[in-house]
Design a binder for this molecule. Sequence first.
Ligand SMILES: Cc1cc2nc3c(=O)[nH]c(=O)nc-3n(C[C@H](O)[C@H](O)[C@H](O)COP(=O)(O)OP(=O)(O)OC[C@H]3O[C@@H](n4cnc5c(N)ncnc54)[C@H](O)[C@@H]3O)c2cc1C
Length: 383
Amino acid sequence: MLEHIDARHLALRGKLEAAIDEVSPLPRALALDREKRFDRELKARLGELGAFGLGAAPADGGSGGDTVDQVIALEVLGRRATSMAVYCVVSFLVTRMLGSYGSDQQKNAWLAGLLKGKTQGAFCLTESAGGTDILANTRTTATKQGDGWILSGEKTWVSGATDCDLMLVVARTGEHRTRGLTVFVVSPQAAGVRTTRLDTMALNGFASCTATFERVVLQDDAVVGVVNEGLAQIMTALNGERINAAAVVNGVARGALEAALVRAKERQAFGKPIGQFQAVQHRLSSCAIGIEMAWSAVLDAARRDAAGEATDIVSGLAKWASSKAALAATDMGMELMAAAGFLEQEVMQRYFRDARLHVFAPVNNDMVLNLLGERWLGLPRSY
Ligand SMILES: Cc1cc2nc3c(=O)[nH]c(=O)nc-3n(C[C@H](O)[C@H](O)[C@H](O)COP(=O)(O)OP(=O)(O)OC[C@H]3O[C@@H](n4cnc5c(N)ncnc54)[C@H](O)[C@@H]3O)c2cc1C
């Protein structure tokens, strides 16, 4: 990598790479992906190393550091253990929401466990009518009843819901379009909560799920932050999630480039390594440029987030650039591997599948361009 990061961040990167090599080397990681199993051993090791607490204060149970530490860790995970990287993105999102808006009681109950990787959170925003137009499509409701609330509705594409200890659920609590959403902490064990796993083609090591809420009774202390102000709360956290997702998919892109380079140096045709052909070198170099430029954007966004600056523009820019770099690198990688790319024991096919996620999640690239057109370039709103 060409970036300038300090010795502490280099040490963090090296520590995580060594842990993944030790606990979950590539053949094991690929077997888990085939079997669609979550890597519990790796999660435990990462928890011991404090990976899930990066960016959170030691006083809360965190490991210190900031968003830059998070993206350094997520890039490594994206490159070596992509499903775990997405687990970590969800974990950072949930801890950020609770850390920023949770009551003292909620923080005391959940934060330390989440930051140590002993407790797992899920974030329930998307509904089946569509994840992009969240204001129109949030049909899950929470209705005031006495000292509490009745939660009813169905969420989909909730990462990790079948195996979590708490859920942050976004529900409509008021009629006002933008000031009518509230976030609640919900126990997956509460009466009326049901979760099921979806059968997916990628990110196989971290379950994507539906979560149904049938007249779930919540107390007032389940509200995270302020009633009806949920949209503003989640938007800040979602900008952070975009930066983190950008780091993950940048890692996917770099992993694909590294695997392609190994192949380019080893595979022979016409008496020389295929990496000696100019056409192959140009493809590899073009992908490397895209990845480095996108990584600079990720680091810039992370540094701005750590400094408390607005990140609505830079987070989208980093996510768009990194996902495009990953599409290019994984497409090039499959082309360069040729028939070998079809083998399940080769990592390229996993990168090729996993890269797809961040084209549309956590926000789709078309919507990113809409937001950049409006907020960066000053064009009229298009949607
Ligand atoms: C593996 C996985 C994990 C996920 N984890 C979670 C999670 O933990 N929690 C959660 O809440 N959600 C999660 N999601 C959902 C994810 O955030 C949504 O898939 C995403 O927001 C896009 O929503 P959608 O798939 O409904 O696409 P839609 O909203 O149906 O959009 C489809 C397409 O329409 C186009 N489009 C839509 N609007 C516009 C517009 N205004 N301008 C131009 N084009 C537009 C875009 O091309 C877009 O890709 C996950 C999804 C996956 C696949």
